[in-house]
Design a protein around this ligand. Structure first.
Ligand code: PNS
Length: 159
């Protein structure tokens, strides 16, 4: 059975993430989408909230499982039996960072492979950071996040 992991902060999950999830799910028997619990990062959403959002947007994808993890991706991938990590690439800046991460993950997880999926052109400007930057000023985020997630973001910035 081919199991892959797509890890990220997903703070919040975007339409770009969802596109990668849908496309990666077609390539593997099981795709585990895992939200990183990072105590050092000042996240908008708790890891429980981010997991819940991932569960909502992937509910119709039968071979997708949602998880959260702490620590190293290579360790978590090994723990759940995932041999491939999936990453999305929007541009050369992403590539530079992702290539380094690939090299590190390859040292840490000897049997782990990384595959990169190129982002759809519709999502080249979409990121969690840009979403928050626009949302904080009440701008339109319809083209950035799944419609089910938008109310959670608006609610956060009301507080
Ligand atoms: O949302 P992001 O920034 O694309 O996610 C990055 C993530 C969570 C995949 C990456 O930071 C990660 O794997 N963190 C866990 C710690 C780790 O394994 N680091 C080693 C690679 S530098």
């Amino acid at each position: 059975m081919r199991k892959a992991i797509y890890a990220g902060s997903f703070d919040p999950v975007t339409l770009g993430h969802l596109d990668i999830i849908k496309r990666a799910a077609k390539l593997f028997d099981v795709l585990v989408v895992a939200a990183l619990e990072n105590p050092n990062k000042n996240a908008l959403f708790t890891v429980e909230e981010r997991k819940e959002h991932l569960e909502i947007v992937t509910r119709d994808l039968k071979n997708v499982e949602v998880a959260s993890f702490r620590g190293l991706l290579a360790d978590f991938a090994k723990e759940i039996g995932a041999s491939v990590t999936v990453r999305g690439l929007r541009n050369a800046v992403d590539f530079a960072a992702e290539y380094q991460m690939f090299l590190i993950n390859r040292k840490l997880g000897k049997d782990m492979e990384t595959i990169f999926l190129a982002a759809d052109e519709e999502h080249l400007s979409v990121s969690s950071t840009n979403t928050k930057e626009v949302a904080v000023f009440g701008g339109n985020i319809d083209f950035m996040v799944p419609p089910e997630i938008k109310p959670f973001i608006i609610e956060k910035y009301k507080k």
